[in-house]
Write a new protein. Structure first.
Length: 278
């Protein structure tokens, strides 16, 4: 098996981290070998317009992160047809809290937890890096974020971009005329401050699903607040490219993502290193 083939083993464990009525939210966890364990963890959040997709989209990535030494879990959250915002964000925050509460069991540090997301998942992980809520006295904020093609300013999007308007209204629970405060609340770029987590942002300038300026807005907000940000344009990558390990842009960016995570969470430089687990 070559590194970028889509094959991967089953997760080492699948665990329910939250229950809402009859809805169970699950984390599929990949564990590193004892030899490779680096003491850090990564949560992966799938996209799908907040109303589709599932945690299986990031199984390949979670497995490869575990080969590199991370405890990696890909999570489910309530989709918009089940519950509107902020339900999905609360679910992702609950996963972070669950991860931290189980830090000893997973042999990770509570201050070495990152998050990766794409599209709707990019929006949610950006929120995890900006909002500082606590659940049960445990921080729900991650220490760094990899955000691919995320939505970051719903107010700007609503005023400038008609496409996916109905999907956004369905996720947020109404139109901007009805609930403008929710559109503001759900926009991570509007809440960036000097405590926001470092971010690695990727966006296709020709993205037809989420416009490129959404990531420019977030990157500029981070820079204005003197927060670390790496911004990578990915021309012609296509909106959902990151789920496919055989995509040229995925293969180009993945070593850079790993290096950036190592630098942010471990304080080490691993230029060009991909660990096959051998």
């Amino acid at each position: 098996m070559t590194y970028y083939e889509k094959e991967f083993p089953d997760p080492d464990l699948s665990e329910v981290f939250a229950i809402y009525g009859e809805t169970e939210l699950t984390a599929d966890v990949f564990l590193p070998s004892e030899k490779k364990q680096n003491g850090a963890g990564i949560i992966l959040v799938h996209g799908g317009g907040w109303n589709a997709g599932d945690r299986n989209q990031f199984l390949w990535h979670a497995h490869r992160l575990a080969l590199h030494g991370y405890v990696a879990c890909t999570i489910s959250y309530r989709l918009s047809q089940v519950a509107v915002f902020p339900a999905a964000l609360i679910d992702c925050q609950s996963a972070v809290v669950w991860f931290r509460k189980n830090a000893d069991r997973f042999k990770i540090s509570v201050d070495k937890i990152g998050a990766i997301g794409s599209s709707a998942g990019g929006h949610l992980v950006a929120c995890l890096g900006v909002f500082g809520q606590e659940h049960d006295g445990v921080s729900a904020k991650v220490n760094c974020v990899v955000d691919v093609h995320g939505v970051h300013d719903f107010v700007y999007l609503e005023n400038n971009y008609e496409k996916t308007k109905n999907k956004r209204a369905h996720f947020l629970g109404g139109t901007i005329e009805e609930i403008e405060e929710v559109y503001v609340q759900a926009s991570p770029a509007l809440h960036v401050d000097k405590n926001s987590s470092p971010m690695y942002i990727v966006h296709d300038p020709f993205d037809e699903t989420v416009p490129y300026d959404q990531s420019l807005i977030l990157a500029n907000a981070l820079m204005k607040n003197e927060r670390p940000v790496t911004f990578i344009p990915s021309p012609n990558s296509g909106h959902g490219f990151f789920y496919n390990p055989q995509n040229d842009w995925t293969q180009k960016l993945w070593p850079s993502v790993m290096q950036w995570l190592d630098n942010q969470l471990l304080g080490i430089d691993t230029v060009g290193l991909i660990d096959s687990g051998d």
